[in-house]
Design a protein around this ligand. Structure first.
Ligand code: DGL
Length: 270
C-alpha cells in the first residue's frame, strides 16, 4: 500500500516528513533526482522527461499514486503528464492546489467561481522555471479575484541547499527577499513555492518580518493527501516497504537528508 513522493532532490523531504507524521501507517517511497537537480533552470520539456522517468521508477516500487513534491515539476510537467502519458490505473498529484486553497480559504474541491479573498498582496518565491510557467497565477485566478502576486525567481537557492551550503542559501534568501520588497514593499502573505524553501523558512520569515504570513506546503499537502486516500483507498499501491531512492551519490545524499530531517535517513541508488 505504498505511495510515491518525488522531488528533483532534497526539498521533497519537507513534504515526506509531514505526510509520514500525518499517515504513519503508509509506507512512502521517496525518489530524489539529485543527479539532475536543480530542475528550476531546465526547460519544460527536460523537466517533463526527467519527471516521467522518475515517476515510472516509483511505479516499479508498487506506488500507483505519486505526489510530485516539486513545484517545478508540478508547474512544468504535471498537466502534460495527466493529459497524454498517465495510464488509467495510475495517479500523479501536484503540490500547488492545496496551497492555493489555503491562501484563498477554500475547502478541498470547492469549484465555485473566483471571489474576493482577504489577502491582496502576495509575494511568491519559487524557482525560475516555476515563475516562468505562471502556473501559480493561473491556478489562483480560478479561485480568487483582485489578488496582486509579485513573483521572485530565487536563482541559486536550490543549488546551495543541495550542496549543503546553508550560509550561501541564507545570503541568497535575504537578497531575493530584498529584491521582492523593491517591487512590492508590503506583502501581506508570502508563498514558499518550492519544496526546498521550508528548509530556510526561518530565514524567509526573518527577512520578510513577523507581520507577513508565510505559507509553505508540507502540512497542507499532508492533509490533502489524507483526504484523497480516504476517498480513494484503491490508490494505495502494492508496495510494502518505505525506502529512499536517489540518482545521486547515496552516501552524500543520506548525510544531507539526515542533517535536514534530524533522523538517520539511508538512501539507495535508484
Ligand atoms: N523542490 C523543487 C521545487 O519545489 C526544486 C526545483 C529545483 O530542482 O530547482 O520546485
Amino acid at each position: 500500500m505504498a505511495v510515491g513522493i518525488f522531488d528533483s532532490g532534497l526539498g521533497g523531504l519537507t513534504v515526506l516528513d509531514a505526510v509520514t507524521r500525518r499517515l504513519p501507517d503508509v509506507p512512502f517511497v521517496y525518489f530524489g533526482d539529485n543527479a539532475h537537480a536543480p530542475y528550476g533552470v531546465r526547460d519544460a520539456d527536460d523537466v517533463y522527461q526527467l519527471t516521467c522517468k522518475a515517476v515510472s521508477r516509483l511505479w516499479d516500487e508498487g506506488c500507483d499514486l505519486v505526489i510530485l513534491a516539486c513545484n517545478t515539476a508540478s508547474a512544468a510537467a504535471l498537466r502534460r503528464m495527466q493529459e497524454s502519458w498517465l495510464p488509467s490505473d495510475k495517479r500523479v498529484l501536484g503540490v500547488f492546489v492545496p496551497l492555493i486553497e489555503a491562501l484563498t480559504e477554500r475547502q478541498w474541491g470547492d469549484n465555485s467561481p473566483p471571489r474576493e479573498v482577504e489577502v491582496k498582496h502576495v509575494a511568491l518565491f519559487a524557482t525560475p522555471a516555476t515563475v516562468a510557467s505562471r502556473a501559480f497565477q493561473r491556478e489562483l485566478a480560478f479561485r480568487a479575484i483582485g489578488v496582486d502576486v509579485e513573483a521572485q525567481a530565487c536563482g541559486g537557492v536550490v543549488d546551495a541547499i543541495e550542496d549543503g551550503d546553508m550560509i550561501l542559501a541564507e545570503a541568497l534568501v535575504r537578497s531575493h527577499v530584498d529584491a521582492l520588497k523593491r517591487k512590492m514593499p508590503d506583502p501581506e502573505a508570502a508563498i514558499l513555492g518550492c519544496t526546498h524553501y521550508p528548509l530556510m523558512d526561518k530565514e524567509f520569515q526573518d527577512a520578510l518580518g513577523a507581520h507577513v504570513k508565510v505559507f509553505s506546503q508540507a502540512n497542507l499537502v499532508a492533509e490533502s493527501l489524507a483526504d484523497y486516500l480516504e476517498r480513494h483507498p484503491n490508490m494505495l499501491g502494492s508496495g510494502t516497504e518505505a525506502k529512499f531512492l536517489t540518482t545521486g551519490d547515496p552516501r552524500k545524499v543520506s548525510d544531507r537528508a539526515t542533517q535536514f530531517l534530524r533522523r538517520r535517513i539511508e538512501f539507495e541508488a535508484a
